[in-house]
Unconditional design. Structure first.
Length: 235
């Protein structure tokens, strides 16, 4: 089992990374998040309002191809949530099963949130979803953890590696290192429910402590220097 972390772009305002992850396990490949839409590569140069700086070749489709993995080899895509920096490029993996929390999917479909509703074309798959109800084992060694607050039905992922500490992909439940203390955690502009954010932060940090897991924060400005990022990997 191997875990790769892809840097697929940066948030322009802060320089914080936009990440996606690939777990290779026996003959399964599992993507966790799919980054910003590849058709927007380079768009930041012409559009001052473009939120994400992404260059050609940074997108998740290019990075997966660089590993020699074909789109058809991706068996699962785990969707932490449908914000556009996490849920672009779904169309590139037509054979994968997409796994999302039922609560997130139901809520997204209401279009109650303009930021999720506006990008519906990215995530509204005609092929549908495999829905999870709360914490679930996706495959042996891959646990999905409900971590609402940033949005309803956000999910994080615990990966148990054979040769090193488990890795907790917190995504936007704990986007930065400074957000890992549930009591003092900053509530960011896109966090929808402060109380739920704190409860999920506590749930994940308690779990990380119990499992001796390393947390990979979703958008931490320093994280990419610290971790074994692509073309390195965790094993
Ligand atoms: Zn995000």
């Amino acid at each position: 089992m191997e875990l790769y972390v892809f840097l697929t772009g940066r948030i322009r305002m802060t320089g914080a990374p936009v990440l996606a992850y690939l777990v290779r396990i026996d003959n399964h490949c599992v993507l966790v998040d799919t980054g910003y839409p590849r058709e927007r590569a380079g768009a930041y140069r012409d559009n001052p309002r473009e939120l994400i700086e992404m260059n050609a070749g940074d997108d998740v489709v290019s990075q997966v191809a660089r590993l020699g993995i074909k789109a058809a080899d991706i068996g699962y895509v785990v969707c932490t949530h449908f914000d556009i920096d996490h849920a672009g490029n779904y169309d590139a993996f037509p054979q994968a099963r997409f796994v999302v929390q039922r609560r997130h999917l139901d809520w997204a479909r209401t279009e109650e949130s303009p930021r999720i509703g506006q990008v519906r074309a990215q995530w509204d798959r005609s092929a549908g979803y495999q829905v999870a109800d709360g914490d679930t084992t996706l495959l042996p060694g891959i646990e999905l953890l409900e971590s609402s607050g940033h949005v309803p039905g956000h999910q994080s992922v615990l990966v148990r590696l054979p040769g090193s500490r488990p890795v907790l992909l917190a995504a936007d439940a704990i986007p930065t290192r400074e957000a890992q203390n549930s009591d003092t955690r900053p509530i960011y502009p896109f966090d929808m429910d402060a109380e739920a954010v704190r409860a999920s932060t506590r749930k994940l940090t308690d779990l990380a402590r119990a499992e001796n897991a390393r947390i990979i924060y979703g958008h931490d400005p320093g994280i990419y220097q610290e971790i074994t990022a692509f073309p390195g990997r965790f094993t």
